[in-house]
Design a protein around this ligand. Structure first.
Ligand code: PLP
Length: 403
């Protein structure tokens, strides 16, 4: 597969000095600056290194299972009146797009001589991806996870432990992802010499948002080639769910230069935007600083970070990657929200119409697909960021099928 970059808005135009417009930057303790500089240098050096890129390509093919297919969803296409193609990140090893990033960062960490890896995780998908690459490369692995999530995501906790990782439950704050991230940052400050922190989304201080996007860009680059081959044209619209925003930014990157392609990011509307119980910083938040970068954020009038709610743990985060804030303000991408109920409906719909059981996160993208005005006879692509297996217990409790 050719890895030609189709990105017409070049990296250096949309990003400069670690900022996307006003967003991004580094709001971190002084002690982390040398480590972030070291990481930036390693990223630029190895990203330009053909051996590194070849190694990454080889792992894509032989470990992750890339290129992932682009599936023509025929029954939903005929229901909606336009052609829908589904990018199958659910078929990546470990069940979601998360491994694209964890693997890329682990390869970089090895080049940098780091033997110890730390990560934060919410639902456990990023923790499992990180534990997987650490097992592959024989690296020490510590995963921080909120106590509440440890309780809710028993199976993923066991998976991580089976893979040899140490899972550290975090009991501060709301005992969820935001608190786990704080704890991972604290660990990194203390052990920065020996340790690489594999951040799980395109968030955090520079160079993380840019690095994570590069490791996820493969989704959009593959998809652009595939849709042109399979549909004979570019899509009218591209849909992806947005938690921290990594699957969406990787997917959108393939089409950023193609102005005719509308980019639609779908946030977690939870119990409705008016209820206040959601996780939709781009659709209802305001810019502020969280976890080392400046971006849209769910906060109160005093700048305190608000608690979030979503049926999908992977979207249940009050912040979002700075590049999405830039894309929102520039109008190049639009952001909408789908509620828990709409996502659940789409979850059942996609399962029954196409035989694809999506992760709850990805179901949000399909919920937006059902209502967004894509031109009749047009073409839409949707990123299926992960498979639904992890959500079966909650789905079974909530849906009562056949009762
Ligand atoms: C973690 C996760 C997400 C949300 O993370 P992004 O960084 O926004 O992509 C979405 N879908 C799945 C399946 C996930 O595991």
């Amino acid at each position: 597969m050719a890895l030609k970059h189709n990105v017409a808005m070049p990296t250096d135009l949309r990003e400069s000095a670690g900022r996307f417009g006003p967003y991004g930057g580094r709001y971190v303790p002084e002690t982390l600056i040398p480590a972030l500089d070291e990481l930036s240098e390693a990223l630029e050096r190895y990203w330009a290194d053909s051996d590194f890129r070849e190694e990454l390509r080889s792992y894509h093919r032989h470990v992750i299972g890339r290129p992932t297919p682009l599936t023509h969803a025929r029954r939903i296409s005929s229901e909606l009146g336009f052609d829908v193609f589904v990018k199958r990140e659910d078929l990546c090893h470990t069940g979601s797009h998360k491994l694209n990033n964890a693997l890329g960062q682990a390869l970089l960490a090895r080049r940098m001589g780091k033997q110890r890896i730390i990560a934060e995780t919410g639902a456990g998908q990023h923790g499992v991806a990180t534990a997987t690459v650490c097992a592959m490369f024989g690296l020490e692995c510590v995963v921080y996870m909120g106590e509440e999530d440890v309780r809710r995501q028993e199976i993923n906790v066991f998976r991580m432990r089976l893979l040899g990782a140490t899972v550290v439950p975090v009991s501060s704050g709301t005992k969820t992802l935001k608190d786990a991230t704080n704890e991972a940052m604290r660990d990194w400050v203390t052990n920065v010499e020996s340790t690489h922190y594999i951040v799980g989304s395109c968030v955090g201080p520079h160079p993380y948002p840019s690095m994570v996007r590069r490791f996820q860009e493969v989704i959009g680059i593959e998809c652009r080639e595939q849709i042109v081959k399979q549909a004979g044209r570019l899509p009218d619209a591209a849909f992806a769910c947005v938690g921290g925003g990594s699957n969406a930014i990787g997917f959108f990157s393939g089409f950023l230069a193609d102005e005719s392609v509308q980019l639609i990011g779908v946030e977690a509307g939870g119990r409705g935007l008016d209820s206040g119980e959601h996780a939709a910083p781009l659709t209802s938040g305001a810019p502020g600083v969280l976890h080392g970068s400046f971006s849209y954020l769910m906060q109160d009038d005093d700048g305190q970070v608000l608690p979030t709610h979503s049926i999908s743990a992977g979207l249940d985060y009050p912040g979002v990657g700075p590049e999405h804030s830039f894309l929102k303000d520039s109008g190049r991408a639009v952001y909408v929200a789908a509620t828990d109920g709409e996502a659940l409906d789409a979850f059942v719909w996609l399962s029954r119409m196409e035989g694809l059981i999506p992760a709850f996160e990805s179901a949000h993208a399909f919920a937006a697909l059902r209502t967004y005005p894509v031109p009749k006879g047009g073409v839409a692509v949707v990123n299926l960021s992960g498979r639904g297996d992890k959500d079966m217990a909650v789905a079974a409790q909530t849906l009562h099928l056949g009762d």
